[in-house]
Design a protein around this ligand. Structure first.
Ligand code: FCB
Length: 459
């Protein structure tokens, strides 16, 4: 294979999220989140796993940062747990919660690793959940207050701020098909949540900026939606609909001034959008400095009157058939198609020009185990499938750059094996293996491979 070089100053790093790794669910005044509740609800998470202990990163962060430094990571994307900062979601700030992120930030900086903060990676304080969560407009206002508190503590040392992680998941999986917390199944609630999440982004971004933040963005998981049959007009219409509900409903208000007409009309068939108030779209459309892209797999759809649709895409019943993934799959059952990443990056750069892109997540789950059936000797994890996945996607990212996409960096998901939401601990995405009984960390072969990629700035 060819040698590839990435641009100078390309940002290499890894990502995690608070609920997935921290544990310490009751420490230092942390309040409950909707994920604490959801993971305790029978049948919602694989074998009733919870984030109570997770990777115990809250106590082991210094050792974890030492591993990052050894691997040569230049950036580390972590999320702040709102329930640590405001245990009830509103009201007084819990300084002990802020202290943790303060220590983490200093430890990263001492090792020359840039912190990239995500303010919301799905762990909404339960008391806000009790008041309707993201279906309540007040949650967006509270989010901005919380963001200001975090900025007040870390803003002197953290340069890159992102508001939300994948609002598509928060809205459609949280309130549409109910696979994520809070587990509701209500199409009207899902669309209401979409708007309030975007509003929360807009309010928080404005607050961060007025507090002095220079780099403010958001992370989406835009989908590369493909037609089952490229010649079929019905399939093209299905692509248009799903693209509207997954991509343009977020990208247009953020980067093109407001919601697209076709999406508005679709939503209005399900819920009267009285939740969109004058001025909201203007606020949401304020320029951002960075768009985070999380990419894992493409999706194929067909337009069919007998299509079963998907509750995560309200209103697609009787219109869209979502094709089951085919070809090589990861342990999540997700398709491995690196070309989807090139297409997605190019499409965003073309349709929404002018905003620098950062891959804030990309990676794969495989059922790796240390030692036993692996060839690398005791305690080693030889995850060649993950290396192949990462290699393919980095080549795809490089291809996008060579076609002119302004891609600034790549953060692998994930630094550690962790709590994979509804799948619990059974899916492993880390480049570093975690033994959940001993909390022992073992860098996998992919971590050593990535270390080499970073040191060469290429493949
Ligand atoms: C993304 C999430 C992240 C992780 C990966 C596998 O949707 O942002 O927390 O679970 O998927």
């Amino acid at each position: 294979m060819n040698e590839l070089r990435f641009p100078e100053h390309f940002l290499w790093g890894a990502a995690t999220a608070a609920y997935q790794i921290e544990g310490a669910a009751r420490d230092d005044g942390r309040g409950p989140s909707i994920w604490d509740t959801f993971s305790r609800t029978p049948g919602k998470v694989y074998q009733g796993h919870t984030g109570d202990v997770a990777c115990d990163h809250y106590h082991r962060y210094a050792d974890d940062v030492a591993i990052m430094a050894e691997l040569g990571l230049r950036a580390y994307r972590f999320s702040v747990a709102w329930p640590r900062i405001q245990p009830d979601g509103t009201g007084p700030v819990n300084t002990r919660g802020l202290d943790f992120y303060d220590r983490l930030t200093d430890t990263l900086l001492a090792r020359g690793i840039d912190p990239i903060v995500t303010l919301y990676h799905w762990d909404l304080p339960q008391s806000l959940g009790d008041r309707g969560g993201w279906t309540n407009r007040d949650t967006a206002e509270h989010f901005a207050t919380y963001a200001t508190a975090v900025y007040g503590r870390l803003g002197d040392r953290v340069d890159v701020w992102t508001t939300l992680n994948e609002p598509w998941c928060s809205a459609y999986l949280g309130y549409g098909n109910g696979v994520h917390a809070p587990g509701e199944q209500d199409p009207a609630a899902a669309f209401t949540a979409v708007h309030h999440l975007l509003l929360g982004h807009g309010l928080a971004a404005r607050a961060l900026r007025s507090a002095g933040a220079r780099s403010v963005g958001i992370t989406l998981n835009p989908a590369d939606v493909r037609p089952a049959d490229p010649q079929s007009a019905a399939d093209a219409a299905a692509v248009r609909l799903v693209d509207g509900l997954h991509n343009r409903i977020f990208l247009d208000p953020l980067l093109a001034g407001g919601y697209p007409d076709d999406v508005r009309e679709h939503v209005a068939r399900i819920v009267e959008p009285t939740f969109i108030r004058d001025g909201d779209e203007k606020l949401i459309a304020a320029p951002i400095d960075l768009l985070g892209i999380n990419y894992y797999q493409p999706g194929y759809v067909a337009g069919r009157p007998d299509g079963e649709g998907n509750a995560a895409y309200p209103g697609t019943e009787g219109a869209v058939h979502f094709l089951p993934p085919t070809g090589p799959l990861t342990d999540m059952g997700w398709m491995i198609e690196p070309a989807g990443l090139t297409r997605l990056l190019e499409r965003i750069a073309t349709d929404y020009p002018g905003v620098p892109l950062l891959i804030t997540e990309n990676g794969a789950a495989f059922p790796d185990k240390p030692g036993v059936e692996q060839a690398g000797g005791p305690g080693q994890v030889i995850d060649t499938d993950r290396i192949a996945y990462l290699d393919g996607h980095l080549r795809a990212a490089h291809e996008a750059i060579s076609r002119g996409v302004d891609l600034r960096g790549y953060l692998v998901w994930s630094f550690l094996d962790n709590f994979e939401w509804a799948e619990g601990y059974r899916k492993r995405f880390g480049i570093v293996h975690v033994d959940y009984l001993t909390q022992r960390r073992t860098p996998k072969a992919s971590a050593r491979w990535y270390q080499e990629v970073i040191s060469r700035n290429g493949l």
